[in-house]
Design a protein around this ligand. Structure first.
Ligand SMILES: [Fe+2]
Length: 245
């Protein structure tokens, strides 16, 4: 398949997907300077917001770099799990509410009839926030992908911050996901393999990886101040990504 054919399509077949995703985390020739980032991010702590509206007992925060309209707002959907954001849009009375039997039942029922194309998904998020250019340790590395960024955040977790096992998209997907962390010794990322959850090893701090977010995965921090680079890209970025493999 030629690059121009890739550009003309709006989703990636399974075969094409695995021509890029050579492993769970495929390293890219893109590395963020962690010391520079850690210095810089200290200036922007006030812009971190709680990740979504549930499980606030766990320290999970996000700072939006690419969101819906480029404006910094409280309760930014870019800083929510989008399944939860869409659910709360439909059932606003459950926002910030504990899990009751009815809440759980409506949550389960919601997913039975869900189509990923009919809800707010990564493709809706295309506008850089002012924080993107200010955070030069990130934006200067990502500049070759500037025109292709979809929903992008810096995640910040403290001890026990985690994402339970999930997938982010399905075949044929309409976006790619990059991931990286400042502190691979302070967190674990596991992918499902043969029914078990297997931790990734040899993750390099600051390195950006093409992340196979179709394979079930989970993550957990066991240190404070663990940052993650949470970056979605449109499919037109594929020729650039190929150069970075
Ligand atoms: Fe994920």
């Amino acid at each position: 398949m030629t690059d121009s054919e890739i550009l003309s399509m709006n989703s990636l077949s399974e075969k094409e997907y695995y021509e890029l995703h050579l492993q769970n985390l495929t390293p890219l020739n893109l590395k963020i300077d962690v010391d520079l980032f850690l210095n810089e991010i200290e200036m922007y702590q006030e812009f971190f917001q709680q990740w979504g509206d549930v499980h606030k007992e766990f320290a999970r925060y996000a700072l939006p770099l690419v969101n819906l309209d480029g404006k910094l707002i409280d309760d930014d959907p870019a800083c929510w799990p989008l399944d939860r954001w869409n659910f709360v849009e439909k059932y606003p009375h459950y926002k910030n509410k504990d899990w009751t039997d009815e809440h759980v039942q409506d949550w389960k029922d919601y997913f039975k009839e869900l189509s990923i194309d009919d809800i707010v998904n990564e493709l809706y998020f295309k506008k850089h926030t002012p924080l993107y250019k200010k955070l030069t340790s990130v934006s200067q590395k990502l500049n070759i992908l500037d025109n292709h960024l979809l929903r992008t955040c810096i995640l910040k977790w403290d001890y026990l911050g985690h994402f339970k096992k999930h997938i982010d998209t399905l075949h044929p997907t309409k976006w790619l996901r990059l991931w990286g962390t400042t502190n691979p010794k302070g967190m674990v990322l596991r992918y499902e393999d043969g029914g078990s959850m297997i931790p990734e090893i040899n993750i390099e701090a600051g390195r950006l990886y093409l992340h196979d977010s179709i394979r079930p995965h989970e993550a957990l921090a066991f240190d404070d101040g663990v940052y993650q680079f949470f970056i979605a890209l449109d499919l037109e970025s594929i020729p650039i990504i190929k150069e970075l493999l």
